[in-house]
Ligand binder design. Structure first.
Ligand SMILES: CN(C)c1ccc2c(c1)CCN(c1cccc(-c3cc(Nc4ccc(C(=O)N5CCOCC5)cn4)c(=O)n(C)c3)c1CO)C2=O
Length: 285
């Protein structure tokens, strides 16, 4: 018989690509919380590796586009990025499997440890430098985060801080989150060009990084307090910026302010920011 009328074996083309994880090798444990895509649980991969597993809630993500992008994301590897190990995409719901960070989000960590952190300027600056290292790596790889904030960074063993969920904003289907008029859009971390034209770039990540620095030095306060989104948009358009946090030394606030230059080209790159922050940190010791 000719090949074309022989039934195609079901496993054809199912070459187990390295970013495809076999769900039978995953053992799911307690729930860690839930995010844009639904519940996230701690798990064990191949018996011993601690992982976090996002279980994609139906209708929350453009899954096929994400599965394509996952191949790129697994190649982004840096000590200050939460590593994507792979996906389970053969069944629904799909699972996103990443490294596990035992202390949870940086925002909750700052709020939980405010008492001890607020007097430890050196450590607050070290947290900012760790996030900057991860972001400088993404910048070098021409990879835009699109939702950098303390809530989207995680803290692991030995208080290592890593950037998480980079690039995922592109796959959220909830237009309350994706459109700048939506109730879930991160207005308080967005620069003018994103508010007006949703023009994302590494320089819009730099603006968000400035707000993240403010979050770190206030140990997790809400930027612009209880101001409504419309009021924040108005202030940002008029060039009003966040005030200097008490725990922040002048040199650090000067760097923060540069991240909020109205013009994206005027803002420093993450590479330059990293050098400046390390210089200040050395000056502090
Ligand atoms: C589109 N964008 C920007 C997205 C999309 C999805 C998500 C996010 C943003 C951010 C939020 N998120 C999400 C939701 C749920 C979990 C995780 C999440 C939580 C982790 N770890 C922990 C560890 C401990 C605790 C904990 O309960 N505590 C309390 C006791 O003291 C220690 C800490 C919580 N999370 C973790 O390692 N990963 C990788 C992800 C994450 C982070 O991943 C998402 O799933």
């Amino acid at each position: 018989t000719s090949p074309c009328d022989r039934p195609v074996p079901p496993t054809a083309g199912l070459s187990h690509d390295k970013w495809e994880i076999d769900p039978t090798e995953l053992h799911l444990l307690e729930e860690l919380g839930s995010g844009q895509f639904g519940v996230v649980r701690r798990g064990k991969w191949r018996g011993s590796i601690d992982v976090a597993v996002k279980m994609m809630k139906e209708g929350t993500m453009s899954e096929d586009d994400f599965i394509e992008e996952a191949k790129v994301m697994t190649k982004l590897q840096h000590t200050n990025l939460v590593q994507l190990y792979g996906v389970c995409s053969k069944d629904r719901p799909i699972y996103i499997v990443t490294e596990y960070m035992r202390h949870g989000s940086l925002l909750n960590y700052l709020r939980r440890h405010e008492a001890s952190l607020s007097t430890n300027v050196g450590y607050l600056l070290d947290i900012c430098i760790q996030v900057c290292r991860g972001m400088a790596y993404l910048e070098r790889r021409n990879y835009i985060h699109r939702d950098l904030a303390a809530r989207n960074c995680l803290v692991g063993s030995e208080n290592v801080v890593k950037v998480a969920d980079f690039g995922l904003a592109r796959y959220v289907l909830d237009d309350q989150y994706t459109s700048s008029g939506g109730t879930k859009f991160p207005i308080k971390w967005a620069p003018p060009e994103v508010l007006n034209y949703t023009r994302f770039s590494s320089k819009s990540d730099v603006w968000a990084y400035g707000v993240l620095m403010w979050e770190v030095f206030t140990c997790g306060k809400m930027p612009y307090g209880r101001l409504k989104n419309a009021e924040v948009v108005d202030r940002v358009q008029r060039g009003l910026i966040l005030e200097k946090p008490k725990a922040c030394v002048k040199e650090v606030y000067e760097i923060m302010r540069k991240c909020w230059a109205h013009c994206p080209e005027v803002r420093p790159s993450f590479r330059v920011l990293k050098e400046q922050l390390i210089n200040v940190n050395q000056g502090l010791v």
